[in-house]
Design a binder for this molecule. Structure first.
Ligand code: ZN
Length: 689
C-alpha cells in the first residue's frame, strides 16, 4: 500500500488495489455467511450415468432396483430452493432488542433530498466525527416569489462544525454542489474530496474569499481510499449525464454504507468509461450493511438508454439539416451530451457559437480538463461573426430549453438577444425533456419560435434525450451486485421512493430492512441491526434571494410575498400627538396592486373612516397606542373583506408628533418614525415583512 498523501495524522488518502479487510466490522448476525465447504475429490457415483440413445427401445435399459443403492444420497436442490422460504418477519420491537446496552450507533440522515428531487445532502456521524456527502441546491418553484433557490438547513452542522472531517462530492451537478458557495465559509472550510470536473464547477461558483480559503483533495475513484478517523471511504465509478460521477463505500465501525447517488449503468458511454461493476461487486461480496440508492426513475421500466445512442441520433438530425443554420438547446450540466453535439458539428465543419453563461463556463472548463479536444477556434461566443458565415457552417449551442425567463433561447425567441437574430428557416433542436412544472414556459417558447418561422425538432421518437438516472433494471443491477442487508431509497419524491422500495422487496430484501426516513429523520446503525430513530431534526426552509447574500428562513417571508402578489398591499400612516395621543391631521393611505383605479378613491375613503373611528373609539377606552393599532389591524382585515371580498397585506405605521415643540422628537424608543409595529418590538406576524 502506497501512501499518497499524509498531510494530516490520521486522515490520509491511500492508493491501493488491495481488498480492505473490514469483515470484522460487518459481522452482523443477520448477514449469515454460509458455512464454507471444500470439495476435495470427485466422488464416484455408485453407478455410471447411462446414456439413453434417441429412438431406442427404452425397455432394454436396465432399471436398477432401489434396494441396489442404499448409500446413494437423495438428490436435492435445497440450496437453490432456499429463496422460496419465507423467513419470519421481525418486528421493530424484536429488532430493538438487538441493540447492546450503551451502544453508540453510526447515525445517517439527509438534511434534505428525501422528499424531493434536488437539494441533496447526507450526514454520517459516529461519536464526534462527521462526514458529509454532497451539498446541493434546488431551484425555487414558480410560487416562491422572488426566491432564487433553496439550500439545506445546516444548523445541526454549524453547532458541530469542528467535528466535520470532510465533504465528499459525488459529481458536479448543482443539486449536489450548488449550496457549497453558501455554506462552506460558515462551516470553516472543511476539506472537499472530489474529482477534477466537480471541483472545477465548484470553483466557478465561489467568490474570491472562498476560493482563497478553499481546502480540497482530488480523488481518483479507481485507486484512492480516504481514511478519516473512524471512517474509511472507497469510491467507485458510475455513469451519469456528467463525467466523473462516483459512488461511495463508507466503511464505518458499524458496517459499510454504500451511497450511490446519481447513477446509471452505461456499457457504451459516450465520453466516460463504463461503471465499475467489478469493484461494486467486490464491495458487495465483502458485505454491505446499508445501501442508500437513488430513486429518481424508479417508475421507469427497462435500462436507461446509453448516451452514445442518443449522440448517434443527434448526429443524424444534424445531418438531416446539413444546409441550414442550427440552434441546439440542452442543459448546460449535461456535459456528456454537449461534447457529443460539439463533435458532431465540428465533423460537419460547423463553427459552434455559445450562448448562456453556464454553457460558456462549463464548456471552458471541459476544454481546460481535456474533455473537449476540437480546435479552439471552432468554439466561440455568439457574436456578429455568425452572419459572416454561410448557414451550413453555423451551430448555436445554448441554454433555455426549459423556457427560463432570461435564458438565451427565450431571448432569441423574442428578438431580445444581443448580437444574434433568428431568421425563418433556422432549425431549433430541443435536446432535453421538459421538467414537470415548466410545461407552460416551454409551450410559450415554442409558440414564439414557430411564429418566427423556425423549424422545431423536439419529436420524442427521435430520442434526443435520455436520463442520467437509473431506470428500474439499472437499479436492480446495482442491488444485485451490492446485496445490501438494509436499504434506504433516497433522492426522490414519496412515490419514487416507495416504488424503489417495492423493487428492493421483489429482490428479497425483507420489508423491515427497508427504511424510508423523511428529511432530518435519523437512521441508526448498530452492530446487529439498523433502525429508524425516533429522533428527527427540525429543518427550516433556507431560501436564497438575490445574489446569495441573505438567508430567508421560515415561511413568513414567503407567505407575505404570496399575499402581496395575489392581494396587493395597503399601508396606513397614523400621526399621533406625543402627549394627548390624539390623531394629528388625516390618516395617510397608500396602496399597490390592491383595487382598480376606478375604485381606489371610494375604497380608500371607507378604509380611512373605519380606521379613524376605531382609533378614536379605542383611545376613549384609554387603550395603549400599540394595542390600539394592533386592534385596528385585526378588525380592518374583516372590514376590507366585507367591502371587496379579500384581504390585502396590511401595514400599519405611526409617527409621534410633538405639537408643543413643533420639532421632531428625540430618537427614543417611543419616537421611532416610519417603522411598523412589529419592527418596534411587536409580535412576529405575517405582515412583518
Ligand atoms: Zn446529477
Amino acid at each position: 500500500m502506497i501512501l499518497k498523501k499524509t498531510e494530516e495524522n490520521s486522515d490520509t488518502i491511500m492508493q491501493s488495489n488491495i481488498s480492505i479487510d473490514l469483515k470484522a466490522k460487518n459481522n452482523s448476525s443477520a448477514r449469515k455467511t454460509p458455512t464454507k465447504r471444500t470439495i476435495t475429490e470427485w466422488s464416484q457415483p455408485s453407478r455410471p450415468f447411462v446414456s439413453i440413445p434417441w429412438s431406442t427401445n427404452t425397455a432394454r435399459t436396465p432399471r436398477p432396483a432401489r434396494t441396489q443403492r442404499p448409500s446413494q444420497p437423495r438428490l436435492s436442490s435445497e440450496a437453490f430452493l432456499k429463496h422460496r422460504e419465507n423467513p419470519k418477519k421481525r418486528t421493530l420491537e424484536e429488532m430493538k432488542k438487538l441493540v447492546k446496552k450503551g451502544e453508540v450507533p453510526v447515525r445517517v440522515f439527509g438534511l434534505w433530498g428525501l422528499e424531493e428531487v434536488g437539494i441533496n445532502m447526507t450526514v454520517i456521524e459516529y461519536q464526534d466525527e462527521i462526514i458529509v456527502v454532497d451539498a446541493g441546491l434546488q431551484f425555487a418553484s414558480f410560487d416562491m416569489h422572488g426566491v432564487d433557490y433553496i439550500i439545506p438547513d445546516i444548523s445541526y452542522l454549524l453547532a458541530k462544525k469542528k467535528n466535520i472531517k470532510g465533504i465528499f462530492i459525488t459529481h458536479g451537478h448543482l443539486d449536489h454542489i450548488g449550496a457549497i458557495k453558501n455554506i462552506i465559509g460558515d462551516l470553516n472550510y472543511p476539506v472537499i474530496y472530489t474529482t477534477p470536473l466537480a471541483l472545477g464547477l465548484i470553483k466557478k461558483s465561489l467568490d474570491d474569499k472562498d476560493l482563497k480559503n478553499l481546502r480540497y483533495k482530488l480523488v481518483d475513484p479507481d485507486i484512492d481510499i480516504v481514511k478519516l478517523g473512524n471512517f474509511l471511504i472507497e469510491f467507485f465509478h458510475v455513469n451519469h449525464s456528467i463525467p466523473e460521477a462516483m459512488g461511495l463505500a463508507i466503511h464505518t465501525p458499524k458496517g459499510v454504507i454504500v451511497h450511490s447517488w446519481d447513477f446509471k449503468i452505461d456499457f457504451i458511454p459516450a465520453i466516460d468509461k463504463p461503471a465499475d461493476l467489478g469493484k461494486i461487486s467486490r464491495i458487495g461480496q465483502e458485505g454491505v450493511k446499508l445501501y442508500l440508492g437513488e430513486s429518481t426513475n424508479a417508475r421507469v421500466p427497462g435500462h436507461t438508454p446509453s448516451e452514445k445512442v442518443i449522440g448517434e441520433n443527434i448526429k443524424k438530425v444534424i445531418n438531416m439539416y446539413s444546409r441550414k443554420r442550427i440552434v441546439v438547446s440542452t442543459f448546460a450540466s449535461n456535459i456528456g451530451r454537449i461534447i457529443q453535439i460539439i463533435e458532431s458539428a465540428v465533423r460537419q465543419n460547423r463553427v459552434i457559437f455559445l450562448a448562456g453563461r453556464s454553457m460558456i463556463n462549463n464548456i471552458q472548463l471541459c476544454q481546460e480538463l481535456g474533455y473537449i479536444t476540437v480546435p479552439k477556434e471552432m468554439i466561440r461566443q455568439v457574436s456578429g461573426e455568425i452572419d459572416q458565415l454561410p448557414d451550413e457552417r453555423v451551430m448555436i449551442l445554448c441554454t433555455g430549453s426549459q423556457g427560463e425567463e432570461f435564458s438565451a433561447l427565450v431571448r432569441m425567441a423574442t428578438n431580445q438577444f444581443k448580437d444574434f437574430t433568428l431568421k425563418p428557416d433556422d432549425v431549433v433542436i430541443f435536446s432535453s425533456h421538459t421538467i414537470p412544472g415548466n410545461e407552460k414556459a416551454v409551450g410559450a417558447l415554442m409558440n414564439n419560435l414557430v411564429d418566427l418561422g423556425i423549424e422545431l425538432v423536439d419529436d420524442p421518437s427521435l430520442d434526443l434525450h435520455t436520463s442520467g438516472h437509473a431506470y428500474q433494471e439499472d437499479m436492480k443491477e446495482m442491488m444485485a451486485l451490492l446485496k445490501p442487508e438494509y436499504f434506504s431509497p433516497i433522492h426522490g419524491e414519496a412515490l419514487m421512493r416507495h416504488t424503489h422500495k417495492k423493487i428492493a422487496m421483489d429482490m428479497k430484501i425483507p420489508e423491515e430492512n427497508i427504511l424510508l426516513p423523511k428529511n432530518g429523520q435519523i437512521i441508526e446503525m448498530y452492530d446487529e441491526v439498523v433502525l429508524p430513530s425516533e429522533k428527527r431534526l427540525k429543518l427550516d426552509t433556507v431560501m436564497i434571494d438575490g445574489k446569495g447574500q441573505g438567508h430567508l428562513s421560515g415561511e413568513y417571508v414567503m407567505k407575505a410575498r404570496e399575499i402581496m402578489a395575489e392581494e396587493g398591499v395597503v399601508a396606513l400612516i397614523f400621526k399621533i400627538d406625543t402627549k394627548t395621543k390624539e390623531l394629528v391631521g388625516n390618516i395617510q393611505i397608500e396602496s399597490r396592486g390592491f383595487v382598480y383605479s376606478s375604485e381606489v378613491k371610494s375604497i380608500h375613503t371607507q378604509i380611512i373612516n373605519f380606521a379613524k373611528n376605531k382609533y378614536l373609539d379605542n383611545n376613549r377606552k384609554r387603550m395603549d397606542t400599540k394595542e390600539n393599532l394592533r386592534n385596528i389591524k385585526e378588525t380592518l382585515g374583516e372590514h376590507i373583506t366585507n367591502i371587496i371580498g379579500r384581504v390585502p397585506m396590511l401595514m400599519i405605521m405611526y409617527v409621534y408628533i410633538n405639537r408643543e415643540a413643533m420639532v421632531e422628537p428625540e430618537n427614543t424608543d417611543d419616537s421611532v418614525v416610519g417603522m411598523t409595529i412589529e419592527e418596534q418590538g411587536g409580535e412576529h406576524e405575517i405582515t412583518e415583512a
